[in-house]
Ligand binder design. Structure first.
Ligand code: HEM
Length: 488
C-alpha cells in the first residue's frame, strides 16, 4: 500500500514539516485534534497534508475545498480508510466503516428508504411523544442530571423507531447504556490516533499474536452480534406505522441486504442516534444559558404560535426561529467535528495536486463551521444568521450544505440527518416552551457556569462537559398540558 504514496505522479498539498519516518505524529494532540487541524489551516491554507508515519492524510478545512473534494468529486472520495486495529474488531460489519461494496449500497439504500426526508415523518409522533415525556421528566426529576435525561430521550426515540416498544422509563437504568458501551468500544477501535498499530503498521504481524487484543476484539464482536440479534428478533410490531425492523423484514430482498446486514444496520442506527442527538441538546442548553436573548426570542415565537398548549410538528412552518436554532446548534458545536474519515478510491487531481488512491481525507467540519467567508463571528451563538430580515429561514445556496455542514459530505453524508434534525427540533421547541433556563447560584450569590469551551472529546464525538442548571417552568398547569399532548 505504501508504495502508492511514493509514486512520482502523486503531488500532495504541502503541510507542516514533520520528522523523518514519524511524520507529524508527535505534533498531534491526543485529544481535540480538530482544533489543531484548524489552527494549522491558518498557516497552510484550507487544504494541506499531514503525515502519520508513511501515511498521508489530506485535511479539508475550508467550506469550498470540502464541497469540491467531497461533494463534487464524491465518486473518488467516498471510501473509508483501512484501520488495522479495526480489522480485529471486524468493523467492516458496520456501515460507517464499509467501502462502497454491494453490502454498503444495500444497507445505505435500506437506511435511506427509512430515514429520507419524507419517510422519516412517520416517526414524528414518536419523537413528539418522547419530547413531551422528556419535558415531564425534567419537571418531575430535577435532581437527575440533564445529560442523563437527554441521553435517555435520544436512546428511547431511535430504539422505538427501530425496534418498537414503550418509551424508556424516566428513572432506573437507561436501557440504552449497554449498546452505548459497545458503541464506545467501536469508536475507539476506529480512530487511528488511538491505535499504535495504525501508526506503526510494521507492528501488524506482532500485534496479530497479541492475545489480549484478539480477545478484546473477539469479545466485542460476539457481544455486539448477540445483542444486535437479540434486539432485532425481539422487535415489537406496531400498528398503523412501520418500525425500521418491520420495513427491513418486508423489503430485505428489494434493498439487497441479508438478515445479518439487517441486524447490523438497525443496531448501527441505534448506536449512531444516541450520543449525537443528546450532544446537540447539551449544546442547546450551553448556547442558551450564555445567550438569554436567544432564549427570549425563541420563547416569544413559541408563545405567539402555541400559547398554553404544547408545540407540535404541525407548528413548524410558523417556528422558523426554532429551525434556525437547530441549524445554529449543529454549526456552533458540531457533534462529530471531524466527520468520519474518507478515503480516495482512485487517484484524483485537484488544484494542481495529484492525490493518490488510498489517501485518507479528513472533513474538518470544525474548521468549516469557523470559515469566516460564510459565517461572520463564528464563535457567536446566533440563530439569526440563518434568517432573513423578516425572520424567515434564508434559502440555502444551491449545491451547498451550508445550513447543515455538521452532517458531513458526499455519498457518505449522514443518512440520519433529517431524522436527527426533526428530533432536535421538537425537543428544543418543548424545552424552551416549557422552561426558562438559568445558571445555578452558589451560596455567595455567584452564578455557577460552564464555559463555552469546556468540551469533552469522546473519540469522534465532541460534547459539552456535564453541567448543572435550573429549569424554571414557564407555563401554568405544565404537567396537564404535557399529559394532554401525550394523549393525542
Ligand atoms: C446531531 C446528530 C448527528 C450528527 C451531527 C451526525 C453526524 C454524522 C457525520 C458527520 C457522519 C459522517 C459523514 C461523512 O462521512 O461524510 C455521519 C455518518 C452516519 N450517521 Fe450521523 N449524525 C447525527 C445523527 C445520526 C442519527 C440520528 C443516525 C441514525 C438514526 C445517524 C446515522 C449515521 C450513519 C449510519 C452514518 C454512516 C453513513 C455511511 O458511512 O455511509 N446519524 N453522521
Amino acid at each position: 500500500v505504501h508504495d502508492v504514496y511514493r509514486k512520482r505522479t502523486s503531488r500532495l498539498p504541502p503541510g507542516p514539516t514533520g520528522l523523518p519516518l514519524l511524520g507529524n505524529i508527535l505534533q498531534l494532540p491526543s485529544q481535540f485534534l480538530w482544533y489543531k487541524l484548524h489552527a494549522w489551516s491558518k498557516q497552510y491554507g484550507p487544504i494541506y497534508t499531514i503525515w502519520m508515519m508513511g501515511t498521508p492524510i489530506v485535511i479539508l478545512d475550508g467550506i469550498k475545498v470540502a464541497a469540491d473534494v467531497l461533494d463534487r468529486m464524491s465518486g473518488a472520495t467516498s471510501d473509508r480508510p483501512y484501520i488495522i486495529k479495526g480489522e480485529f474488531f471486524r468493523i467492516e460489519n458496520v456501515i460507517a466503516n464499509m467501502n462502497r461494496t454491494l453490502d454498503w449500497r444495500g444497507q445505505r439504500r435500506s437506511i435511506h428508504a427509512n430515514l429520507n426526508i419524507r419517510a422519516t415523518t412517520r416517526f414524528n409522533h414518536v419523537q413528539a411523544y418522547d419530547a413531551a415525556y422528556l419535558t415531564l421528566g425534567l419537571l418531575q426529576h430535577p435532581e437527575k442530571p440533564f445529560d442523563e435525561h437527554v441521553h435517555r430521550f435520544a436512546g428511547s426515540v431511535i430504539f422505538r423507531c427501530a425496534y418498537g416498544g414503550e418509551v424508556f422509563p424516566l428513572l432506573g437504568m437507561d436501557p440504552s447504556r449497554y449498546i452505548e458501551k459497545l458503541h464506545k468500544q467501536l469508536l475507539h477501535s476506529m480512530a487511528p490516533q488511538n491505535s499504535i498499530v495504525d501508526m506503526l503498521p510494521f507492528l501488524k504481524p506482532l500485534i496479530q499474536r497479541v492475545k489480549w487484543l484478539r480477545r478484546e476484539a473477539d469479545e466485542w464482536y460476539e457481544s455486539t452480534d448477540q445483542e444486535g440479534n437479540r434486539l432485532y428478533d425481539g422487535a415489537v410490531p406496531t400498528e398503523g406505522w412501520n418500525t425500521i425492523v418491520q420495513d427491513l423484514n418486508a423489503n430485505m430482498k428489494k434493498y439487497g441486504v441479508t438478515k445479518h446486514g439487517a441486524v447490523w444496520t438497525t443496531m448501527t442506527l441505534y448506536m449512531a442516534g444516541q450520543e449525537t442527538t443528546s450532544t446537540a441538546l447539551r449544546a442547546l442548553a450551553l448556547g442558551i444559558l450564555h445567550n438569554p436573548d436567544v432564549m427570549r426570542a425563541a420563547q416569544a415565537q413559541l408563545d405567539a404560535v402555541c400559547g398554553q398548549r404544547a408545540p407540535a410538528f404541525e407548528d413548524r412552518e410558523k417556528l422558523p426561529y426554532i429551525d434556525a436554532l437547530v441549524k445554529e446548534i449543529v454549526r456552533w458545536k458540531p457533534g462529530v467535528p471531524m466527520g468520519l474519515l474518507h478515503a480516495a478510491s482512485e487517484d484524483f487531481d485537484y488544484q494542481g495536486y495529484v492525490i493518490p488512491k488510498g489517501t485518507n481525507l479528513i472533513d474538518n467540519i470544525w474548521g468549516q463551521t469557523r470559515d469566516t467567508s460564510v459565517y461572520q463571528n463564528p464563535e457567536e451563538f446566533d440563530p439569526t444568521r440563518f434568517l432573513d430580515g423578516s425572520g424567515n429561514l434564508l434559502p440555502v445556496t444551491p449545491d451547498t450544505r451550508l445550513d447543515l455542514l455538521g452532517f458531513g459530505h458526499g455519498r457518505r453524508i449522514c443518512p440520519g440527518k433529517d431524522f436527527a434534525v426533526n428530533g432536535i427540533f421538537i425537543a428544543c421547541a418543548y424545552l424552551l416552551w416549557a422552561f426558562r433556563l438559568e445558571w445555578p447560584i452558589d451560596p455567595q450569590g455567584k452564578a455557577v457556569m460552564c464555559g463555552v469551551d469546556e468540551m469533552e472529546d469522546h473519540s469522534f464525538v465532541a460534547t459539552p462537559r456535564p453541567f448543572a442548571f435550573v429549569l424554571k417552568p414557564r407555563q401554568e398547569g405544565l404537567e396537564e398540558s404535557l399529559r394532554a399532548a401525550m394523549k393525542e
